[in-house]
Ligand binder design. Sequence first.
Ligand code: ZN
Length: 230
Amino acid sequence: MRELLNAFIDLVFPAKCTFCGCMDDVDSTTNICKKCNIKLPYYKEEYRQFKGNKRQQHRGFRKFEEVYCLFEYSGAVKKTFVEYKFRGDVTVYKSFAVLMHGMLEYENAYMDIDFITSVPLSGKKFAQRGYNQSGLLAKRISKLSDIPYKEVLARPMQGQTQSKLTEEERLGIKDRFVAINEEKIQGNNILVIDDILTTGSTLDEVSNLLLDKGANKIYAAVFASGRKDL
Ligand SMILES: [Zn+2]
């Protein structure tokens, strides 16, 4: 019955390609057409899953077990992502989440994970935009993978938590991350979802914080990276 219903929905509301908007040969699970799928800048297989200890040797990043990346941040991926970021298009983030979930399943990335979380936006950006695209992705991936989503990070606007910071912290850092629901962090293996990796410093900061608060292992997955190799 459900299959029949889905077939009916496909007929009445044919899927539109997330990247080019066409309706020809669109995969109804990923919402990507065949033409786009061939052209998309998927991250090179040898770099898609990056071991933390390799990272340590080459880049000075220390704290991850693994980092997974789906796309290079270029071409149609960059264009669609920028549109999505500012429009908050629900169908687009669903499509992105399905793609990331497919990669994470393929890489066996869920095996060791207790829960999923996301990198929060700064309070100011969140207030402007009204949603956090990494959070939308992470919650959707949680549904698809059946692994719980938990909020354990926040990024309050400067001023909100100043009284809790030391003088040194107050001077150097703006909109820094803080841990919330700390009891949920302790002893757990956490998959952190972020949208775009640029230098990697955000994920590093988040990872350090979670480990300081007692997390066991940190994994990370990003939709796209501005770096050719992670
Ligand atoms: Zn397309």
